[in-house]
Design a protein around this ligand. Structure first.
Ligand code: CAA
Length: 264
């Protein structure tokens, strides 16, 4: 089957890393329905190629923005049903990011507002440039976050911080985002992609089944009572001993050599 062509995103693969770049610089990479559908289609490619694609980086094109939110021009005249449909499209795409076996890293290169912070929050890890700005300014437009912000931001930074950000609509800079645990690393703009790719490469050197399972149990376990979550971890830990990667990883350690994982 031939792979789709895209208008509003760029999709590139190199060294086993896929990079999905939101590419509407004239509107600061705002998300409209077409862009959300294209993100979804690109994620299907990543999902279908775990042997070829070991990690995914999501970023924005241009110097200024990661994603400045949902496209206000395309959204302002929507009725309630149409608005719900747009939210559903975003949830479909962002949910796919979370469910990928591969680790996803947001390289936040500039404004990440509204849907931008929501897109970044759906990724497993966030690296930000010193120029990045985060915020959920929806209430300044008379609406609430609709692409997951009330839930994912809250789970990342806690209820008080999420309420402070969402109810004030105020922006925070990369340093503050790092302080509150919204991003894991801050880099100079010209080093952002290098550092993000370095992290992806470190992750890719590890057993892919183990990485995917760790992501899965962290995410699925987070909303369970601790005793159930621990049981869940125990089950999956046991399952890793049924993989060739476990044999290879432990033999390599004992034989004092570098492991060569096959994802089996
Ligand atoms: N939707 C559509 N167009 C947008 C946009 C958006 N979210 N953000 C920026 N743009 C457009 C601007 O309209 C402008 O277009 P023109 O050149 O045609 O006038 C262009 O991008 C450049 O923007 P500015 O001139 O405003 O640039 P600036 O440097 O002065 O300001 C900014 C940058 C602070 C990011 C400002 O553009 C801004 O506040 N943008 C809107 C941010 C926002 O409110 N996002 C939330 C949207 S709602 C949402 O996301 C709901 C949800 O939960 C999903």
């Amino acid at each position: 089957m031939s792979e789709p062509t895209f208008q509003n995103i760029l999709f590139d693969e190199s060294e086993g890393i896929a990079t999905l770049t939101i590419n509407r610089p004239k509107s600061l990479n705002a998300l409209d329905a077409t862009t959300l559908k294209e993100i979804s289609a690109a994620l299907d490619i990543v999902k279908g190629a775990p042997d070829r694609i070991k990690a995914l980086i999501i970023t924005g094109s241009g110097e200024k923005a990661f994603v400045a939110g949902a496209d206000i021009g395309a959204m302002h005249a929507l009725n309630a049903i149409e608005a719900r449909e747009l939210s559903r499209l975003a949830h479909e795409a962002f949910g796919k990011i979370e469910r990928l076996q591969q680790i996803t890293i947001a390289a936040v290169n500039g404004y990440a507002l509204g849907g931008g912070t929501e897109l970044a929050s759906s990724c497993d890890i966030r690296y930000a440039s010193t120029k990045a700005k985060f915020g959920q300014p929806e209430v300044t437009l008379g609406v609430i976050p609709g692409f997951g912000g009330t839930q994912r931001l809250t789970r990342l930074v806690g209820r008080g911080k999420a309420k402070e950000m969402i109810a004030s609509g105020a922006m925070i800079d990369a340093k503050e985002a790092y302080r509150i645990g919204l991003v894991e690393e801050v880099a100079e703009p010209d080093e952002l992609m290098v550092k993000t790719r370095d992290l992806a490469k470190k992750i890719m050197a590890n057993g892919p089944i183990a990485v995917g399972m760790a992501k899965y149990v962290i995410d699925r376990g987070a909303d369970l009572p601790l005793d159930l979550a621990i049981d869940f971890e125990t089950q999956l830990w046991g399952e890793t001993f049924a993989t060739e990667d476990q044999t290879e990883g432990m033999n390599a350690f004992l034989e004092k050599r570098k492991a060569s994982f096959t994802g089996k």
